[in-house]
Design a protein around this ligand. Structure first.
Ligand code: HEC
Ligand code: HEC
Length: 512
């Protein structure tokens, strides 16, 4: 496996890893340097300035230790220096949602304390911080505390200014890191992207100290007009912890989108109440690195899909969090985008011919023998209209644009509070049988997704995030007996998954 593949898998494999607190042991910086030079320079650079070979491929970039900025620390907001335990914890557990791996399975305890001593020396930190965060008395979570926290979160746009009312980071202004790089606020509904953890105590600490090197300020700072008391910070922490539970996490065991069979009409809008009754399936999206012009700096990370069908047509509801509604020509949107803004977009990839058991077309837009259909929705410019495109593709070089109306493909969307929802509907069968997938019941149909955030690095063309192949299954009407073949395939899918999980785990250890 190449290093990049390893990294992509690693990014996938990084889940919530919250370990027990550690008590500091003296570290030997000279020994730490030996380990650092072997394990850490590739990202953090030999000089500790974040200038490693991989720096242009990582978002967020590897930390520049000479800056003295530590994001996940328990020292008082006026103290630059982190506690040794803070640095140890990040080295041991890694930083979820970033490429910073956890080293707890690979390195011994003492190795990690030695690394702490060496890493801190880049900023000349030689004494422990003089003052730590004051936790007062923890307010346990309750409905009342969460409600008070919500009010404080929204009051005067205290947190809403950056994290949006929904907490998804649908922001109203463009944010920068200390080094001038564009940064995104955390999507607080996604517990698996918290660098610290989504436990109230960790969240309290971030609110009290802020996040060094970013625009996330301290709310314990008496100079802040938005300062909070200790008790208030606990309420906000309890509220944020409740938001963290609302994200749609990926269940790696669930690789099949089960389309429900309806007798009557299909939902005609994204808001149709019936969508709530159809099982959602959520997948990770990773940056596109297989085709020409590889892409490394994504901002979207998951997509959730629901499906339903009737005698005539199939409807897919795609839902993904995107902090920005990117409409070229919209002044407010253009101000937040970091580079020329592009349209937000999403695409569904399906094989033209449903293959036999476990066979899939070449992943990158099909191949000569096994073409794919791509349904490509785009948000449209400000004041314009959304569009849906239909492509038939036999690999990256042989892409034919077709008329979606001719096959009855339609799409409708809505954007609210940091989430896009796009509905795509197509008849089960089309006139041009040889060029289009003909949907049938009870077969495992390979399906893959891609998404573009037009406010992030002008994502368009091959710069996008995507899933690998998953499966779409048009389930027979309730009560119909499942077919033996479908059951067998499900077993095979399960076996494939175990294999995938194993190689992902191996990727995680070889990427070191
Ligand atoms: C594959 C790239 C990669 C490797 C290898 C790597 N890091 Fe990191 N590291 C990162 C990134 C990226 C960040 C910044 C994450 C962020 O800003 O959210 C980071 C951040 C950190 C931080 C800052 C913690 C904080 O609270 O802000 C420490 C400490 C750290 N790394 C130590 C190490 C050590 C020690 C090693 C080697 C044993 C190492 N890293 C190897 C990518 C890497
Ligand atoms: C001026 C913008 C801004 C404001 C205001 C702001 N934040 Fe943040 N917040 C950020 C940014 C940016 C990040 C991501 C920092 C990074 O790059 O790691 C963040 C990250 C976080 C995290 C993630 C911690 C982790 O472990 O990953 C939490 C929790 C959080 N903010 C809570 C809050 C709360 C609660 C408030 C209000 C009391 C608030 N923020 C106000 C910008 C802001």
């Amino acid at each position: 496996m190449t290093r990049k593949d390893g990294l992509a898998l690693l990014a996938l494999a990084l889940a919530l890893g919250v370990g027990a607190p550690a008590s500091a042991q003296p570290g030997n910086a000279d020994k730490g340097k030996e380990i650092y030079d072997r394990r850490c320079t590739w990202c953090h650079g030999a000089e500790g300035d974040g200038g490693g070979a991989s720096k242009d491929f990582l978002n967020p970039p590897p930390r520049d230790f000479t800056s003295g900025n530590y994001k996940i620390k328990t020292s008082w907001f006026e103290e630059m220096a982190p506690a040794d335990e803070d640095v140890f914890r990040m080295i041991r557990d890694g930083m979820p949602g970033t490429s910073m791996p956890g080293w707890g399975d690979i390195l011994g305890e003492q190795d990690m304390w030695d690394l702490v001593a060496y890493v801190k020396s880049f900023a000349g930190f030689d004494a422990p911080p003089a003052k730590m965060v004051d936790f007062g008395t923890q307010v346990q979570s309750s409905a009342e505390s969460i409600e008070q926290g919500r009010k404080l979160f929204e009051d005067g746009d205290r947190c809403v200014e950056c994290h949006g009312k929904s907490g998804k980071g649908s922001l109203s202004k463009r944010l920068k890191g200390d080094a001038g790089e564009r940064t995104w606020p955390r999507n607080l509904t996604k517990a698996w992207t918290y660098r610290g953890s989504a436990e109230p105590k960790d969240i309290f600490t971030r609110i009290a100290t802020g996040i060094a090197g970013t625009e996330m300020p301290s709310f314990a700072d008496p100079k802040s007009s938005k300062k909070l008391s200790i008790e208030e910070m606990w309420h906000v922490a309890n509220y944020v912890a409740s938001l963290a539970k609302t994200g749609k996490p990926v269940d790696p065991g669930n690789t099949v989108i089960r389309a429900s069979r309806l007798d009557g009409a299909l939902p005609a809008t994204v808001d149709d109440e019936r969508w709530g009754g159809f099982a959602p399936t959520t997948f990770y999206m990773v940056p596109q690195i297989i085709g020409k012009e590889r892409y490394f700096l994504p901002s979207n990370d998951t997509i959730t899909v629901r499906a339903a069908y009737n005698d005539e047509a199939i409807a897919l509801l795609l839902e993904w969090d995107d902090r920005t509604k990117s409409m070229p020509g919209d002044a407010a949107a253009e101000k937040i985008a970091d580079a020329p803004i592009a349209e937000d977009a999403v695409a569904v990839q399906l094989p033209v011919v449903i293959p036999g058991e476990m066979e899939k077309p070449y992943f990158g837009m099909g191949d000569a023998a096994r073409p794919v259909n791509i349904w490509h929705w785009k948000s449209g410019p400000a004041g314009g209209t959304e569009t849906v495109g239909l492509l038939s593709s036999r690999g990256f070089k042989e892409i034919e644009k077709r008329d979606p109306a001719a096959v009855g493909l339609v799409a409708k969307s809505a954007y609210a509070d940091g989430t896009w929802r796009v509905l795509m509907v197509r008849p089960l069968a089309t006139q041009e049988g040889g060029n289009d997938i003909q949907f049938v019941q009870s077969k495992f149909i390979p399906v893959a997704f891609a998404a573009w955030d037009g406010s992030n690095n002008s994502e368009k063309g091959s710069r996008h995030t995507m899933t690998t192949w998953y499966w779409l299954l048009l389930e027979p009407a309730a009560g119909a007996r499942p077919m033996i073949a479908a059951l067998l395939t499900a077993l095979l899918v399960g076996a494939g998954l175990v294999w995938w999980a194993r190689s992902a785990a191996r990727g995680r250890s070889t990427a070191s």
